[in-house]
Design a protein around this ligand. Structure first.
Ligand code: ADP
Ligand code: ASP
Ligand code: MG
Length: 404
């Protein structure tokens, strides 16, 4: 069976007109003889709105109920899409995750899909039907509804492609593909034709919202090629691929920036063995992810300043945990939300010396101060003041030849 999985993001189903538009896209694939599985996200803005409502009810809204609530937006979008296709004369119906079922394990809010029932959908496809499946949601072994993390309908599409052995998995969104940097932030951003899982995973994890990081891990694990393209323009997009011989003649493939990082500094910490561990242990116990870390030794060698970054959402919790921690002595505690992490990503840097220097020099030329640094084989990240983000993006994009 020639199955294609088509995923539509919130930006592609954000209005009745947009749903009409994507019904034409679905129709085109159907007319070409494909068996089409559609995955939809909620209409743009709906999920955010539901999250806001949960916060208005309680600061500690139950995680299990959160999943029931925030997954409801997908139901609306799926029924509207199915309704439009039926109106056009096609056989179509919506499917919620529990009806298939799409089984997940892990915690509420951040579950992972591990199994998908195939029987009914296959039967329906064979009869010529077009199933419209709710992305982002699943059901756990207690028969309770789960969600798989923000932007998770990307992962729903990849896992459906895996279980149904789809020939193509296409992610329709509001931009023409994956760009060298967010095209809504930098007009000079260029569309990338092909990108490896490794680079895409780094880009997604470091702020390129166009794909959810978990979905790229799932694609890499299952060797699924993904096409990312626009639902508004008929143009070729980006292929995220298992192919190993991608050549783009560039040292750097992409640049990302974040808006949700915060910096924490403990000033004048008594420097003795185990001090960093006693700071980070209670944080990890509370599932707070510490990202970048830097430690400066003071002039007298007895004290140190420890700086690290976390997600801004974890700031209040982190503050509480540190203040409660009796195992550490320090002079002052500082928090800063006006920071952003800028990262350059590319496998090319493995074989090219001097990339770090070029990045730092460029930022220095622009009088941008680097607060914290972290690196891996294929990426360099620096923390800078938020007000300098656009200047830094522009300068680095040009420095590494991405404008061309
Ligand atoms: P969808 O609703 O289709 O899931 P998202 O909002 O999740 O769409 O992702 C698309 C957005 O990702 C774009 O509008 C763009 O602003 C943003 N984006 C960030 N980085 C990149 C990048 N490198 N390439 C393309 N888009 C990017
Ligand atoms: N609607 C969900 C969200 O906003 C899932 C998704 O968009 O993929 O996070
Ligand atoms: Mg998305």
């Amino acid at each position: 069976m020639k199955i294609v999985v088509l995923k539509f993001g919130g930006t592609s189903v954000g209005s009745i007109d947009k749903i009409r538009n994507i019904s034409n896209i679905i129709q085109d694939y159907k007319k070409k003889g494909n068996k089409v599985i559609v995955v939809s996200s909620a209409m743009g803005g709906v999920t955010n709105d539901l999250i806001k409502k949960s916060r208005m009810i309680s600061k500690n809204f139950s995680d299990a109920e959160y999943d029931v609530l925030v997954s409801s937006g997908e139901q609306i979008a799926c029924s509207l899409i199915a309704g439009k296709l039926i109106d056009k004369g096609y056989k179509s119906r919506s499917w919620l995750a529990w009806q298939i079922p799409i089984l997940t394990n892990g915690h509420y809010k951040n579950s992972r899909i591990n199994q998908i029932g195939k029987k009914e959908i296959i039967k329906y496809l064979k009869k010529g039907g077009i199933p419209i499946i709710a992305g982002f949601q699943g059901v756990n072994n207690e028969k309770r509804i789960t969600t798989i993390g923000r932007g998770g309908s990307d992962a729903s599409a990849i896992m459906l492609s895996k279980f149904f052995k789809a020939q193509r998995c296409i992610i329709y969104t509001d931009v023409e593909g994956v760009y060298t940097t967010d095209p809504n932030k930098l007009i000079n951003a260029k569309k990338i034709k092909e990108i490896s899982y490794e680079e895409m995973l780094e880009m997604a994890s470091l702020g390129a919202k166009v794909m959810q990081p978990v979905s790229i891990q799932d694609a890499r694990l299952n060797r699924i090629d993904i096409e990312v393209k626009s639902s508004f323009k008929k143009k070729s997009g980006t292929v995220i691929t298992k192919k190993s011989n991608i050549s783009n003649n560039r040292i750097i493939t992409g640049i990302t920036s974040t808006i949700n990082d915060a910096k924490v500094t403990l000033v004048g910490v008594k420097d003795k063995p185990g001090v960093a561990a006693s700071i980070f242990k209670p944080l990890s116990k509370n599932l707070i992810n510490v990202d970048m870390v830097v430690q400066n030794i003071s002039a007298n060698g007895k004290e140190t300043d420890l700086t690290f970054t976390i997600k801004s959402d974890d700031l209040i919790k982190t503050k509480k945990i540190i203040l409660r921690n009796k195992n550490i002595v320090y002079r002052d505690l500082k928090f800063d939300k006006e920071v952003s992490k800028i990262s350059i990503i590319g496998v090319g840097m493995i074989t090219t010396p001097g990339v770090t220097f070029r990045m730092f020099q460029k930022l220095a030329d622009k009088k941008i101060n680097i607060l914290v640094i972290s690196t891996s084989e294929i990426k360099i990240s620096v923390l800078i003041e938020k007000k300098n983000v656009t200047k830094a993006l522009k300068a680095l994009h040009k420095e590494f030849g991405l404008n061309k």
